[in-house]
Design a protein around this ligand. Structure first.
Ligand code: 5GP
Length: 120
């Protein structure tokens, strides 16, 4: 799947759509989900053009992948999520329910989240 430059997170990265930023550096942006599923629901994205976790882990360097996930951990700690625990989700493709085709990690916490996967 090729990268769609007009996906919503690409537009956020270009500053075309506002976001509630919680962290930013030269490689990573983290911002609050517009439709939060938990009291804390933050999306962490690399600034590079990667469609999914599959694309990111194939195409990005080991250093970039490692730095990204180190940053995800730092953001979780800075949001105060670690003490009571939290959930990290990276939906991929159709079966994963991925809606936005720019790789992102959800950080959800602030309450007990129940079962990992709802039966429906
Ligand atoms: P996915 O289903 O692709 O894993 O998750 C996409 C997430 O992006 C959803 O939780 C959705 O609420 C969030 N989202 C979609 N559009 C926007 C937006 O314009 N701004 C923000 N902050 N979040 C968005």
């Amino acid at each position: 799947m090729s990268y769609d430059d007009n996906n919503i997170f690409a537009r956020i990265l270009r500053g075309e759509i506002p976001n509630d930023t919680v962290y930013e550096d030269d490689a990573v942006l983290a911002f609050r989900d517009i439709s939060p599923q938990a009291p804390v629901h933050v999306l962490v994205i690399p600034k590079g053009a990667y469609v999914s976790l599959d694309d990111f882990t194939q195409m990005a360097s080991a250093e970039e992948v490692g730095r990204f996930f180190k940053t995800v951990g730092e953001i979780a700690r800075s949001l105060g999520l670690v003490g009571d625990g939290f959930r990290t989700i990276a939906n991929t493709g159709v079966n994963g329910g991925q809606e936005v085709p720019h790789f992102h990690v959800h950080l959800c916490g602030g309450r007990r989240l129940g079962r990992m996967i709802a039966k429906d």
